[in-house]
Design a protein around this ligand. Structure first.
Ligand SMILES: [Mg+2]
Length: 232
């Protein structure tokens, strides 16, 4: 069987990790400190959003987005990173989702396969979150919220980096985005990638199917996952 070289881009929140609201608490606290009030973030679903897009949306909803918006976004994200470690440490139920370790250990992700991240987290936040559950060293590259505010762009960047690790051009690789939201699916498709969607957070199997994911599972313990990633 000929296995096509594959770049895997894993989302973090809701896909690899159940964060128990730690990221949101750190973001709201940072936003409140820098902007004065975080109530504009309370009704906002962060699902599938990049960190800079969350802050920008919060500022807009608060009527606070002006010419200095990008400086304010940077300031909020700097403070967020300072607060994130303690927010994770104090979360009651911060953990990996079922099947993640087994999948990362499996043959499915070994042969001609580059394992990376496609996440809206800024890179340092991504590493803090992954280190807290002991898997920061499992991902050799990624596309991050610190690379691009737009998820489509950061997935493109991650795909390029993955192809380079395989010594190939992007066009010669199959790219699979593994995510938990319609935004992951849309970003995959905008990049000519396929999406393995996992219903481990707020979106159901049915909703993810309706959003167009090529493959949908309840969680990563599903035996069809390895075959799908290995392109078998
Ligand atoms: Mg997610």
């Amino acid at each position: 069987m000929r296995v096509r070289p594959t770049v895997l881009l894993f989302d973090i929140d809701g896909t690899l990790i159940h964060g128990d609201g730690a990221g949101r608490r750190a973001m709201e606290a940072a936003f409140a400190e820098i902007v004065g009030d975080a109530s504009s973030l309370r009704e906002l679903s962060f699902a599938g959003m990049t960190d800079p897009a969350i802050v920008r949306e919060g500022l807009q909803r608060a009527g606070r987005h002006r010419d200095d918006g990008d400086d304010t976004i940077s300031a909020v994200l700097m403070r967020y990173l300072e607060l994130l470690h303690d927010a994770i440490a104090s979360a009651a139920e911060y953990r990996l989702h079922a099947g993640v370790i087994e999948l990362l250990d499996s043959n499915a992700v070994r042969s001609r396969c580059a394992i990376g991240l496609g996440t809206g987290n800024v890179e340092r936040g991504a590493m803090l979150k992954l280190a807290a559950v002991g898997i920061a060293d499992r991902f050799a590259f990624g596309g991050y919220g610190s690379d691009a505010e737009d998820r489509v762009e950061l997935v493109a960047i991650g795909a390029e980096r993955g192809a380079r690790r395989l010594g190939l051009r992007r066009a010669d690789c199959r790219v699979v985005v593994i995510g938990d939201t319609p935004r992951d699916i849309a970003a995959a498709h905008a990049n000519g990638a396929v999406c393995l969607a996992v219903a481990t957070s707020v979106f159901s199997v049915r909703q993810l199917r309706e959003a167009g994911a090529e493959h949908v599972v309840a969680d990563l313990t599903d035996p069809s996952v390895a075959a799908m990633l290995a392109d078998a």
